[in-house]
Design a protein. Structure first.
Length: 200
């Protein structure tokens, strides 16, 4: 018998959580104009494209789990799961509807139309394409700037304090502890005391 009890529980929990999230979205009514504008904005932004791999990934995970438990049924498991995944692919439209409802709740129809208009313009398309690259470079620049600010803050604060309290000797830095793995070096022996002259 194919063992899918664990996966069934996981799928049930996912469906319940999704139902709670989507139920809260659907609780607020939105106009048809908002939904239409939201669909256009979502398409322009491409925000739901990241979810395209959910069903294929779930199918691969299910096949892997089933085949591990029933290696002699690998071929039939793969073909059966793929067939069922294709049937369920039609439910992808449900996610698009929920996404449109979510955006329609968050933005007015005019705002959604403005978003769609911008992100379908050449500037908007370029922002979607090159924005992540620019953001990454910005973080690099901010890191370098922060290092320079840290150095200059320390130097300038020390100089300013010198004028207020006068220069003070810097306490010596404690020597780093010896490496315990390094061979111990013997301490130099004190010079031997000179022998008294022999009596004649």
């Amino acid at each position: 018998m194919i063992n899918i009890a664990g996966l069934g529980r996981l799928a049930a929990a996912t469906i319940v959580l999704s139902g709670i999230a989507f139920g809260s979205v659907s609780a607020q009514e939105v106009s048809d104009a908002q939904i239409k504008a939201a669909r256009a904005a979502i398409e322009a932004l491409g925000v739901t494209a990241q979810f395209d791999n959910i069903l294929p990934n779930l199918a691969e995970q299910l096949k892997s789990t089933m085949i591990q438990a029933n290696p002699d049924l690998e071929n039939v498991i793969s073909s059966t799961v793929d067939q069922q995944a294709l049937i369920l692919a039609a439910r992808r439209a449900d996610l698009e509807r929920e996404a449109a409802s979510t955006y329609a709740k968050a933005f007015s129809a005019d705002e959604l139309n403005a978003i769609a208009a911008f992100y379908t313009s050449p500037a908007g398309k370029k922002l979607l394409k090159d924005g992540p690259i620019a953001t990454r470079e910005l973080y690099k620049a901010a890191d370098i700037w922060g290092q320079g600010i840290s150095r200059d803050l320390a130097n300038q604060s020390s100089a300013a304090l010198d004028k207020v309290v006068g220069k003070r000797p810097i306490a010596p830095v404690a020597a780093a502890p010896a490496d315990p793995a390094a061979p111990a070096t013997a301490a130099p022996k004190p010079a031997a005391a000179p022998k008294p002259p022999a009596k004649k």
